[in-house]
Design a binder for this molecule. Sequence first.
Ligand code: CP
Ligand code: NVA
Length: 310
Amino acid sequence: MAVRHFLDLGDAGADAIAAMINDAIDRKAAREDWPRGKADTDAPLEGRVLALVFEKNSTRTRVSFDIAMRQLGGTVLILEAGSSQLGRGETIADTARVLSRMVDCIMLRTDDHAKIEEMAKHASVPVINGLTDRSHPCQIVADLLTMIEHGKALPGLEVAWFGDGNNVLHSILEAAALFKFNVRIATPAGYEPEPEFVEMAREGGATVTLTQDAVAAARDADVVVTDTWVSMGQEHVHNKLAAMAPFQVNADLMKHAKPDAIFLHCLPAHVDEEVSEDVFEGPQSVVFDEAENRIHAQKSVLLWCFGLLG
Ligand code: CP
Ligand code: NVA
């Protein structure tokens, strides 16, 4: 079997992602209130080691992959760019070849997506995208799981995105192509997502609407999503916060969505910037379910990479 890299959702495809979500639901239910570090009964990745390589900060991705591997019976080690030879200029290609002799799987969080493609090209073990400037597929597997858990069947769903057309939105658009849900995107001019992701979603059969009218995007939405206005690595963008202000998700905007709409945010959140406190803390917000689901979703991603799912 070819090495299964998970650089974007399309690497697995709709059937495998549907299998991942079903397995995540089953494994989550089977554990209920078990101690978080206790392995699942079958411990399918016993003896396996995952290297977590970080060139950017992380809380959820780091902790959820660590706990996911513990629950699957495996272990992790963490490499930070600043304290490894990567930070002193050792090439991605050499790092990939060395890690492939030492561990069973590599997760990389980095900036330029070309770096993760380079890692996958030279690795002989699976490589998982833990976020790049271009996409964040693990997050979206958790988001799809969260939508389904909250009763939102994916085909035909109306998902509304507000703010910056960033890496998280790109993966939502890829998911829309695979699962045929619709995406309304409200951004300031100049902050739209990359056109290739919009085209991908449309070619997959999703309706994608790009607008600068936040209320129009929110109208009758089933799922309301936003993310930080300034992603990691973008700290030098000027005047961005002022341009984003009309796209804040707040109670006035939520009134236009369906009454049972849910609010998602991958976190970390900047309350009073992209989301108001009343929405973030309110009854429609499922952001902490979403955060927990990173564990359950990533267990499925890992099982797929190891050829045990899909
Ligand atoms: N959502 C997410 O990826 O969070 P971290 O940056 O904390 O990993
Ligand atoms: N868009 C954000 C997501 C953080 C999880 C970033 O790239 O910083």
